[in-house]
Design a protein around this ligand. Structure first.
Ligand code: PGA
Length: 250
């Protein structure tokens, strides 16, 4: 695993965007696995900026997103489809038909999940999967205790995730209780993984995930078993790893 420590959120975002743009330049028709949440906003902003400068094109790139709330339409401002349009897709030249987000309004969630697994396979698998990490170590909506062998599935959100995500909604009651999410197996099948973390509140879980045992209690710990993981974080999120003696690149 490579670990890059950046000074702050902005520098972390630039570094992550650099890695994504390198992937797109080397393989223009690559399949990017994309993530939502607060952490990747700066990364997407940087990619948009480089696209607008003419340094980067997504004309051939395909994308698959990690997850979506069940019950939210793509037009709902808190849906992950809306997030992706708003933060990235509407501002770059990626073809709409090449962007894939699970359908939160699917009448048959199980069928939607099965079709998504097939889609990823038909696209040839994910070249680079971008991930954030939850305070409880979740990746996508794979919560502590979830089986590492799961593919895309229907999830009951945990109290801790509902609590963490309520900041995006008018009230806690409005946070959906279910989601559709790629499973750990889909994520581990990606050829490369880029995980980004920012802020002091992630420092403890980052240390646990990457220096502790690989355990279902900390879903992100499974990444220790992946052959090509890059962790990019700011100083605040990485300082406990560094204090534990883990080598990082500046
Ligand atoms: P955040 O969420 O980027 O908003 O901290 C990360 C996650 O829950 O995966």
């Amino acid at each position: 695993m490579r670990i890059y420590q950046s000074e702050d959120y902005q520098a972390m975002s630039r570094r992550a965007a650099n890695i994504i743009s390198a992937q797109v330049i080397y393989k223009p028709d690559c399949v990017l696995g994309l993530a939502t949440g607060g952490t990747p906003v700066g990364t997407y902003k940087q990619l948009v900026e480089w696209y607008k400068k003419g340094d980067l094109s997504f004309a051939e790139t395909r994308s698959v997103n990690l997850d979506e709330y069940l019950g939210l339409s793509p037009h709902h401002e808190q849906s992950y489809r809306y997030f992706m349009q708003d933060n990235l897709f509407d501002h770059i030249d990626i073809k709409p038909e090449n962007t894939h987000v699970l359908n939160g309004l699917a009448k048959n969630p199980e069928a939607e999940c099965a079709a998504y697994n097939k889609l990823i396979q038909d696209l040839g698998g994910i070249d680079l999967q971008l991930l954030g990490m939850g305070h409880n170590g979740h990746i996508a909506f794979n919560e502590p205790g979830d089986d590492f062998g799961l593919e895309t599935h229907l999830v009951d959100l945990t109290e801790s995730t509902i609590e963490a995500n309520k900041r995006f909604f008018e009230s806690r009651d409005e946070v959906p209780r279910h989601a559709l999410s790629m499973g750990i197996k889909n994520i581990m099948n990606a050829r490369r993984i880029l995980i980004i973390v920012s802020g002091e509140e992630k420092a403890e879980i980052v240390k646990k995930a990457f220096t502790g045992p690989v355990t279902k209690d900390v879903p992100a710990s499974v990444l220790q078993l992946h052959p090509d993981v890059t962790l990019v974080g700011d100083k605040a999120a990485l300082h406990k790893l560094v204090e534990a003696g883990v080598q990082v690149c500046g």
